[in-house]
Every structure is written in C-alpha cells, then in structure tokens.
Design a protein around this ligand. Structure first.
Ligand code: GDP
Length: 293
C-alpha cells in the first residue's frame, strides 16, 4: 500500500540521509481567529497523526506562535510534522501589525538554517525548522477579499509556499463560491501575489486539473456523522450534511492531493524542495548582501 503522506516518494538519496534524523515538514496556518484553522488541520491530518508534544514557541501580547509536533514513521522513514498556529491574528485594533511576529518567525527559521550552513555542520544533521507550507485562510465573505487578507498575502508572497484556502466554505452557496474564487484569483494576480504551485510550476499541464479549484474552498470538521449506515466526517446543517471528503461539497480532497499525493509527482517533498531552492535561496542572497561587512 502507498504511504498516505507521500514520504515514499522522496528521492532515495534524500530518504537515506533522512533516516538518521526525522524528515521535517513544517506547516504554518494563518488567518483570522474563528475561521476553523485548528479544526481543519485536525481534519487534514487526523488519520495519520497522534500528537507528540506541544510547545509554545514565541509569545507576544498579541499574536502567539505555537508549534505542535507529530511523529510518524512510514517505510522506515521518520516524519516529524510541525503545525505552527498563530492564534490571535487579526484580533486587535491595528490588525496589520499582527503580521510582524509571523514574518519574524519565518525569517528566524531561515536564519537558523543559514547558521548551520555557515557552521559547516554536516547537512544530514541539520535541523530544518523552515516553514515549508503556509496555509492562508481567507474569510468567506463571498464578495470582496478583505484588505487584511490582501495585505498579509502581499507581505508573505515570495517568502514561503502559500496555498490560499477559503475558510468555512459551507457558509457559501455553490454559485457564491465560483464568483468568490474568480474574484480572489483576479485580485491575487493584480497584486502580484505568488501562490503555490501556480506561480512555481514550470509544467502547468501537470496542475491543470487542480487549477480550477484554487483557492481551495474547504470545510473542517472533527465529528463523524452517520449517512446511509456509513460514518463520515461531516457537518450537519438544516438542509443536510456536508461531507468534507465529497468533492461536490468541498475541495478538501484536491487540496489533500496537492499536498500529500504520492500518485502525482507533488507531495510534501516538493514543498520542501521549493522552500529550499526558491524561498530559502532568495532569503540567503538578500541576507548575505545586507550583512556583508
Ligand atoms: P480557529 O480560531 O481558526 O482555529 O478556529 P476553530 O478551528 O477553533 O473553529 C472556530 C469555530 O468554527 C468552531 O466552533 C468550529 O466548530 C467552527 N468551524 C470550524 N470549521 C468550520 C467549517 O468549515 N464550517 C463551519 N460552518 N464551522 C466551522
């Protein structure tokens, strides 16, 4: 059987190097409070992961930055998944400043990696805490993307792999979702906001089946409901049940395919590679230029 998270697909060399250390995958979730970020992460990773440890990393009076790590072993490869949550984002009067600790966190992890390179540590022993994926939760207004969301996405663009998702999409009708998605894509293009894999893919044909779903309209749910004798992960509404894994109801399975599929060429490893080759590289170039004494 194929591995669920896609560790199987990592190039052999990478895997053998990573046998010594867990293969690190770090995902950050950003978006206003109450948009279902915590719920969604649990939905996305529920079947494979058991919480190992939780440690508050950085705490400011405003936005907290928390990382939770989960350990997983598949085909002899150890995966350590860290989920970096940012509770409190967008809660204050001056919400725009809430982005500062998030950007600082991303930069600090890049600096830590650079430090290890400069110390000439053997690469297999590097600790990789760089953010490999940032899931950005857009408020489901249905009409216009909020200024805070555009501001944040612009600042984060080019620093990390961003996958934008429409939060709590069960609050929109099917037609509203289409209109909203088009409006978001137009705006992202206008503001030159770079998203994954759209702006980082040489081979657009390989993602064409996914392009129509970007930004992914998601629904999070941690409870199981019974439908026709089967227990499914879903949200019960007055008009019926939203099945998170039904593609008529949400884009969950497409997003999961993009992040974790092993049958397609994209998976966690692709996100790690583009973090290293694109984002970290450009961080390093700028950083070294600025700190050249
Ligand atoms: P966070 O602050 O972004 O981490 O949000 P939470 O995951 O704590 O969710 C906030 C509330 O929204 C909870 O009551 C959830 O049950 C509810 N919720 C989470 N996801 C969804 C969703 O996709 N649709 C709807 N309608 N409610 C949701």
């Amino acid at each position: 059987t194929k591995s669920y998270v896609g560790v199987d697909n990592a190039p052999k060399q990478y895997v053998s190097r990573q046998r010594r250390r867990p293969y690190a995958f770090n995902v950050m979730v950003v978006g206003e409070s109450g948009l279902g970020k915590t719920t969604f992460i649990n939905t996305l990773f529920h079947s494979v992961l058991k919480e190992q440890k939780s440690r508050p990393l950085e705490s400011t009076k405003t936005v907290e930055i928390n990382a939770k790590s989960y350990d997983l072993t598949e085909s002899g490869v150890h995966l350590r998944l860290s989920v970096i949550d940012t509770p409190g984002f967008g809660d204050r009067m001056n919400r725009y400043e809430d982005l500062n600790p998030i950007i600082e966190y991303i930069d600090t992890q890049n600096q830590n990696y650079l430090q290890q390179e400069q110390n000439r540590n053997p690469r297999p022993y590097f600790k990789d805490s760089r953010v490999h994926l940032l899931l950005y939760f857009i408020s489901p207004t249905g009409k216009r993307i909020k200024d805070l969301d555009i501001f944040s996405l612009s600042k984060l663009s080019g620093k990390v792999n961003i996958i934008p998702v429409i939060a709590k999409s069960d609050t929109l009708t099917a037609d509203e979702k289409i209109v909203f998605k088009n409006a978001i894509m137009k705006r992202l293009e206008k503001e030159d906001i770079k998203i994954y894999p759209y702006n980082y893919c040489d081979d657009r044909a390989s993602i064409s089946h996914l392009e129509t779903h970007i930004p992914f309209a998601v629904v999070g749910c941690n409870t199981l409901v019974e439908v026709n004798g089967k227990r499914i992960r879903g949200r019960a509404h007055r008009w019926g049940i939203i099945d998170v894994e039904n593609e008529q109801h949400s884009d969950f399975i497409h997003l999961r395919e993009l992040i974790m599929s092993v049958t397609k060429s994209r998976n966690l490893n692709d996100l790690v590679i583009s973090t290293n080759d694109i984002h970290y590289n450009s961080f390093r170039t700028t950083y070294l230029q600025q700190n050249d004494t």
